[in-house]
Design a binder for this molecule. Structure first.
Ligand SMILES: Cc1cc2nc3c(=O)[nH]c(=O)nc-3n(C[C@H](O)[C@H](O)[C@H](O)COP(=O)(O)OP(=O)(O)OC[C@H]3O[C@@H](n4cnc5c(N)ncnc54)[C@H](O)[C@@H]3O)c2cc1C
Ligand SMILES: *[C@@H]1O[C@H](CO)[C@@H](O)[C@H](O)[C@H]1NC(C)=O
Ligand SMILES: *[C@@H]1O[C@H](CO)[C@@H](O)[C@H](O)[C@H]1NC(C)=O
Ligand SMILES: *[C@@H]1O[C@H](CO)[C@@H](O)[C@H](O)[C@H]1NC(C)=O
Ligand SMILES: *[C@@H]1O[C@H](CO)[C@@H](O)[C@H](O)[C@H]1NC(C)=O
Ligand SMILES: *[C@@H]1O[C@H](CO)[C@@H](O)[C@H](O)[C@H]1NC(C)=O
Ligand SMILES: *[C@@H]1O[C@H](CO)[C@@H](O)[C@H](O)[C@H]1NC(C)=O
Length: 598
């Protein structure tokens, strides 16, 4: 189906927006229109006592009724543990702004101010779809900003929202089932998938799915980090995985979904029913079209895996040999990917923290190929390794290790599947996809790009390379709403810089501008027609519509208008978000959500 066919799926009569008037804002706790305590009580009753009045996870460190030294010490200890954060309704992995950090009271640190900031004011700890509907109806009736959250992993601030009511789907758990042979729930004959399928009904994380699928020796395209949510932002925004080169991105695995819409109805999205919604869920971004209650995804019999770990560390303080090696690796990678390899790498000329043992300078990756022999794997790497060996011991220390695993689960458990620590709000990030041409077409241009993003040692820039494109990611599917640039992408480069907590506004601004413009534009220069991965991206990307969605932005906007005509589901950089702006509070980076009238 072409784009034009998709447009015709949308009834013309429904194309006009029905948003609020320009300047009309959502009610916030300081407004007269904010519901009274009694009204909130009635909501709590409607959800059988599952309403939570949110308090920051570190509130015990601050003076007031919640003060508790012992509790505070324990929060401080657990702060960078993502599991700890995800058990708190307003704990975040990469918060946009931290306005209530834990305090080391024992070391004599003095607590400053603690405020909720951009975190939702109330949470419904939902266990049924009726809880979600009750929350939606309440937010609609009282004109309150609404947020959908599962793990709170989002890096863009999509699961935050000043003055909002949040529904938390973590404990919505209607089970995970594995079928050896997929049978569409709606007898849809448009799917040709006859392999195994996994139905994930609720706020599960990939670890929950792996725990069931791996003992059956199944390969599932899920998060490299097992704490990522299954059916929310990850899968709806793309979802790269150690298995995506072989089977496509996570979003390409969606066979059908059950979705709760803004009007309270629950619909099936499949190639047969609401196929435009199905299109949008498959790559058009989370938190936008409705709340996914359940999804059925493909699963595959696993294959033996050959893996390689490569480490490159410079032997002097001169970083040119390292940059040269990084350029070699990038240039060689499309060919290595075509031979079957994919994985993840990290590099820096001076990282903000150690990332290779105790080293914070160098390049490291772990990559793997399914269903090839060790010999074939080594052959694919030989041209690159011979270049690196030529400077081994003189300019660089180069170490290569090879591994063989009987299955994908064995590989994942041994070499991937790491739980990453919590990130901070004091960082700026950007990302860019690279195709074969941009990596192999012009060595001089590639080396220039590598050198610019590496920056100066003082900048402490860190690069994460997502080597998970190519292969099956190239397969275009007409019912995929994913940014089409992904189909060309062999890799995504994620560039991050941090600043010290408490830095001057001018320093923060300079870092952000360096990331959004200098670093991003160095990459964009050699990849002008590609994009950025919306889930690992720059919150302040000035051209996010085309960078995150490409030519699918318009068709996705039409799906948004059809299924959520009032723009009820809002998140920053999500499709339809141009209907709203945040009226920033003085000195803050957030404020009430107001209509732009668009
Ligand atoms: C530690 C870590 C590891 C990561 N690893 C990977 C990786 O390997 N590959 C990769 O591609 N990305 C990865 N990411 C990025 C990840 O894809 C995004 O953070 C993504 O938004 C997480 O989705 P979530 O549903 O878990 O998070 P949440 O923060 O809970 O939600 C994110 C967005 O999805 C919406 N949402 C959540 N649930 C639903 C639902 N049921 N229906 C509709 N909307 C929903 C929310 O409203 C929000 O807009 C990682 C992030 C972190 C922090
Ligand atoms: C992280 O937090 C979880 C939940 O509180 C806890 O079970 C786990 O032991 C913690 N992990 C570490 C390494 O402290
Ligand atoms: C949310 O509800 C679940 C049970 O459904 C419970 O285990 C959990 O402790 C609750 N979380 C909070 C923060 O209240
Ligand atoms: C998983 O499947 C692979 C490939 O068929 C096979 O080699 C391996 O032995 C299987 N592992 C288990 C635990 O069954
Ligand atoms: C880093 O670790 C290695 C071995 O593990 C050790 O020999 C070296 O001294 C360490 N370097 C620093 C700077 O700590
Ligand atoms: C690089 O040199 C070291 C030290 O001689 C050696 O152990 C290592 O195997 C070499 N690396 C490669 C890729 O040959
Ligand atoms: C390669 O890139 C360099 C640097 O951007 C440029 O000057 C040169 O003209 C390019 N070469 C070709 C053949 O395009």
């Amino acid at each position: 189906m072409k784009l034009t066919a998709l447009f015709s799926l949308l009834a013309l009569g429904e194309l006009c927006w029905a948003t609020s008037l320009a300047g009309e804002c959502k009610c916030t706790p300081t407004d007269k229109c904010w519901p009274s305590a009694k009204t909130w009580k009635s909501l709590n009753k409607a959800v059988s006592g599952k309403l939570i009045r949110n308090t920051p996870p570190a509130i015990s460190c601050y003076p007031g009724p919640h003060h508790n030294k012992k509790e505070c010490a324990s929060v401080l200890k657990q702060w960078s543990n993502s599991t700890f954060q995800s058990l708190d309704p307003i704990g975040y992995i990469y918060p946009t702004e931290e306005l209530c950090l834990p305090v080391d009271l024992a070391a004599g640190e003095k607590p400053g101010k603690c405020i909720l900031g951009q975190a939702p004011v109330y949470t419904i700890n939902a266990t049924t779809s009726q809880d979600l509907v009750a929350g939606m109806k309440f937010a609609q009736k009282h004109n309150i900003r609404f947020v959908v959250r599962n793990t709170g992993h989002d890096l863009i601030g999509k699961s935050e929202g000043y003055g909002s009511l949040q529904v938390w789907i973590k404990y919505l758990r209607d089970g995970i089932t594995i079928d050896d042979k997929f049978k569409p729930s709606d007898q849809c004959t448009k799917s040709d998938w006859t392999g195994a399928a996994i139905t994930i009904s609720g706020g599960y994380v990939w670890r929950d799915v792996y725990n069931l699928a791996f003992p059956k020796n199944l390969t599932v395209v899920g998060g490299g980090d097992p704490t990522v949510g299954c059916i929310g932002g990850y899968i709806q925004g793309g979802g790269h995985s150690p298995a995506s080169r072989d089977y496509g991105l996570a979003t390409d695995q969606i066979l059908e979904a059950q979705v709760l819409l803004a009007d309270g109805s629950i619909v099936t999205a499949s190639p047969c029913q609401n196929s435009d919604l199905y299109f949008a869920l498959r790559g058009g971004g989370g938190g936008t079209y409705g709340i996914a209650l359940s999804m059925t995804i493909k699963a595959y019999p696993s294959k033996p895996v050959v893996a390689q770990a490569l480490t490159v560390i410079p032997l002097s303080s001169d970083s040119s040999a390292l940059l040269n090696a990084v350029t070699d690796i990038h240039e060689a990678y499309p060919c290595i990917n075509d031979a079957g390899f994919s994985g993840y790498g990290t590099w820096s000329i001076n990282g903000p923290a150690a990332f290779i043992g105790n080293q914070s300078v160098g390049y490291v990756h772990a990559v793997a190929a399914m269903g090839i022999s060790l010999d074939e794997g080594q052959k694919a790497f030989e041209p690159l390794l011979s270049k690196l060996r030529a400077v081994n011991g003189t300019q660089l220390f180069v170490s290569v290790d090879w591994f063989e695993f009987p299955s994908y689960p064995a590989y994942y458990m041994a070499m991937s599947g790491n739980q990453l620590p919590v990130g901070g709000s004091t960082s700026a990030m950007t990302s860019r996809m690279f195709d074969k041409q941009s990596l192999t077409g012009n060595r001089t241009a590639l080396a220039e790009m590598v050198s610019t993003i590496a920056g100066t040692p003082e900048e402490m820039t860190l690069m994460s390379v997502v080597f998970t494109g190519g292969g099956a990611v190239k397969n275009h599917d007409p019912l995929s709403g994913l940014n089409p640039a992904w189909r060309e992408a062999y890799m995504v480069q994620v560039v991050t810089r941090v600043w010290a907590p408490g830095s001057d506004a001018a320093i923060i601004k300079a870092v952000r501008q360096d990331i959004s413009y200098k670093k991003n534009w160095a990459m964009r220069k050699i990849t002008p027609f590609l994009g950025s991965y919306m889930n690992e991206a720059d919150r302040k990307d000035p051209v996010w519509e085309t960078d995150f969605y490409g030519e699918h932005f318009l068709p996705l906007s039409m799906v948004k208008q059809k299924y959520d005509p009032t723009g009820f589901f809002y998140c920053p950089t999500c499709v339809g978000s141009a209907s709203w702006y945040e009226d920033l509070l003085p000195g803050r980076e957030y404020g009430p959500l107001c209509a732009t009238g668009l």
